[in-house]
Design a binder for this molecule. Structure first.
Ligand SMILES: *Cc1c(COP(=O)(O)O)cnc(C)c1O
Length: 387
């Protein structure tokens, strides 16, 4: 039996303690230069990120949400257009589509991976479909080959929402290097987080990269001449300096998350708490946990470690009592969000997304999580399920 111990969902102070001595001089250098927006620090950070994502171009922007927004703007997507995406994601995915005036068209998820089910896409394509926007949820890529085949066959661009998936791989290719656009976020809770907001778009297309650079600065080129309307989507140099330092540690942090995931698997299995894989089975009734499924040939970077459990809400309350951090990503699928009433969807339209929203819970998976903390998490879940 393990001693009770507090386990936060994420411990960014523990991470900062390990890199403080590298971060402080990097921040000081920007302050001394007083080049606080775009400039050399941002350009250097972009070069390193492009290399990391194995893409020729990386364009730093103000946030992951804005990365999605300006990718849609660069395609000229607007009123009357449709963009196919998943209803089981962070709001920004569909929010960006609606903000350019286009219509989000949802396709349900694959219950094993929680990512868009490519088999459902074809039926939703119309002459108005102007992009497909898959999300690499929790750090594992969507099944990109069939998505690219559908899109390429029709000349439809693919925008990858890779906000949770930096360094994630699909059959040897990095997230963000497969579609025309790869959108990343440096929100602090992402695997590569800034000390504030920031984002990035990767692309293999030279002309697209140029267009994105113009759009992020109000569409101006040359300065004060505007052939197109952009916005203020610029990347902050202080954030770029911090991201560049943290990028040096990212692979080691990812390895830590992956070994934490492997340790959870061992612990749940040893305790007799886990359902055997082929996932997609209901969590209810059996009193067991469905562990995340790692697809063959993918590199899962575990932005989140999400399990399906019976009596999810009761378990959440129990874990909260035990001071174990946890979260539900996401409790309300986007097709039933109030603001999307006008799209005309209703409860029951996307049963797998709705089931995932009812049955899943994210556990602490951050790199610095100790053996003792992980053991305590699994022990508490065992007590709840068996008790
Ligand atoms: C975090 C996130 C975003 C938005 O990124 P911000 O930097 O917070 O604007 C978009 N999509 C997904 C899937 C995300 O997880």
């Amino acid at each position: 039996m393990t001693q009770p111990i507090t386990v936060p969902l994420l411990d960014l102070k523990a991470q900062y303690a390990t890199i403080r001595d590298e971060i402080r001089p990097a921040v000081d250098a920007v302050l001394e230069s007083q080049m606080c927006i775009l400039g050399a620090t941002v350009a250097e950070c972009e070069t390193k990120l492009a290399e990391y994502c194995r893409c020729p171009h990386a364009v730093g922007v103000s946030s992951g949400s804005d990365a999605l927004l300006i990718s849609l703007m660069a395609e000229g997507i607007g009123p009357g257009d449709e963009v196919i995406t998943t209803p089981y994601t962070f709001f920004a995915t569909a929010g960006g589509i609606a903000r350019v005036g286009a219509k989000p068209v949802f396709v349900d998820i694959d219950p094993q991976t929680y990512n868009i089910d490519p088999a459902g896409i074809e039926a939703k394509i119309t002459p108005n479909t102007k992009a497909i926007l898959p999300v690499h949820l929790y750090g594992q890529c969507a099944d990109m080959d069939p998505i690219m085949a559908i899109a390429d066959g029709r000349g439809i661009p693919v925008i990858e929402d890779a906000a949770q998936a930096i360094g994630s791989e699909y059959k040897g290719r990095r997230a963000g290097s497969i579609g025309r656009y790869g959108c990343f976020s440096f929100f602090p809770s992402k695997n590569l987080g800034a000390a504030g907001d920031g984002g990035l778009i990767t692309t293999c297309d030279d002309a697209v990269a140029e267009k994105l650079r113009i759009l992020r600065a109000h569409g101006s080129k040359p300065k004060y001449y505007h052939a197109t309307i952009g916005g203020n989507f610029r990347f902050d140099a202080l954030q770029a300096a911090i991201v560049a330092v943290k990028l040096r540690h990212l692979d080691q942090w990812t390895a830590g998350r992956q070994s934490n995931a492997a340790r959870y698997r061992r612990l749940f299995e040893a305790a007799g708490l886990s359902l055997p894989s082929p996932a997609g089975r209901g969590a209810g009734g059996e009193g067991l946990v469905q562990l995340p499924v790692e697809m063959d040939g993918y590199r899962h970077i575990y932005n989140q470690f999400v399990i399906r459990v019976p009596r999810r809400d009761e378990l959440r309350a129990y874990l909260k009592e035990q001071k174990i951090g946890n979260e539900v990503y996401y409790p309300v699928p986007l097709h039933v969000q109030k603001c999307f009433d006008y799209l005309g969807y209703k409860e029951g339209d996307f049963p797998e997304s709705e089931r995932a929203a009812r049955e899943t819970i994210a556990l602490p998976i951050y790199t610095e999580l100790s053996d003792q903390q992980a053991e305590w998490v699994v022990e508490c879940i065992g007590r709840f399920l068996k008790g």
